[in-house]
Write a protein that binds this ligand. Structure first.
Ligand code: ATP
Length: 238
């Protein structure tokens, strides 16, 4: 079976700084896969390279069996791979609805876009209630919901989430993580990047631990949650 996403020997550098050092991993259809690691481990760089915003210095990225490491970023979205970036990057002056519609920029099926807008409002009712308000008036957690809703508007087969729990209260974080499970049930495959290892591994079918640009441990979410090294380094246990 072909993996939905396959990353082979990926290396990414910023000038002389090699941020990602020949990593390999895969995401199977229907899975939630978590990539965890501390600040500077190379998680964001990996996601930005997969979505075509950065180019690798070596290695290959295959999406549904097709090489995408030299495909323009907007074509990667059209193929079905969406990215909800770190720090959310919503457009503060645009309304909630305008932000969501930007996520559908690759599509022209107007009636299906309306249906998906309603689906986003069903998933996150606060977005529907405040659809005409400028997105900049939203709290961090609400902006995170908006960023996820926007990424969903491209109808992705694979959704990449970069630190969706960053800066959120425990309640908000729980909401976001419940949504990850909900989206998986609806058939979306998810690559979840998190510093919050506990939350990310609990929901993961499979996980990888990244340390200074290298994958140091991998296993099922459950295996990693009980792994001694992972517990010491990422779950704050001694
Ligand atoms: P964080 O959780 O803090 O975002 P991360 O795991 O996502 O961390 P990256 O942002 O991918 O890590 O950074 C990996 C390495 O690349 C770090 O050493 C970082 O300083 C470096 N780096 C990231 N962006 C740039 C850049 N634009 N120019 C130079 N170095 C960079």
């Amino acid at each position: 079976m072909t993996a939905m996403l396959e990353v082979r020997d990926l290396e990414v550098a910023y000038g002389k700084i090699v941020a990602v050092k020949r990593i390999s991993f895969s995401v199977e259809q229907g899975q939630v896969v978590s990539l965890i690691g501390t600040n500077g481990a190379g998680k964001t760089t990996t996601l930005r390279t997969i979505s075509g915003l950065l180019r690798p210095t070596s290695g290959e990225i295959l999406f549904q069996g097709q090489r995408i490491d030299d495909v323009p970023a907007h074509d990667i979205v059209t193929m079905g791979l969406a990215h909800s970036p770190e720090g959310r990057r919503i457009f503060p002056r645009l309304s909630v609805e305008e932000n969501l519609l930007l996520g559908a920029f690759t599509r022209n099926d107007q009636s299906a876009i309306r249906t998906d807008l309603e689906a986003a409002y069903a998933l996150f009712p606060i977005l529907g209630e405040r659809r005409k308000q400028p997105a900049g008036t939203f709290s961090g957690g609400e902006q995170q919901m908006l960023a996820m809703g926007r990424a969903m508007m491209s109808r992705p087969k694979l959704l990449m989430l970069d630190e969706p729990s960053m800066g959120l209260s425990p309640i908000m974080m729980k909401r976001i993580m419940t949504t990850v499970t909900e989206l998986q049930k609806q058939g979306t495959t998810i690559l979840l990047v998190e510093q919050n290892a506990q939350a990310a591994l609990k929901r993961a079918d499979y996980g990888y631990v990244l340390e200074v640009g290298k994958i140091v441990v991998e296993g099922t979410g459950r295996e990693l949650l009980v792994n001694d090294d992972v517990r010491k380094a990422y779950l704050g246990e001694d």
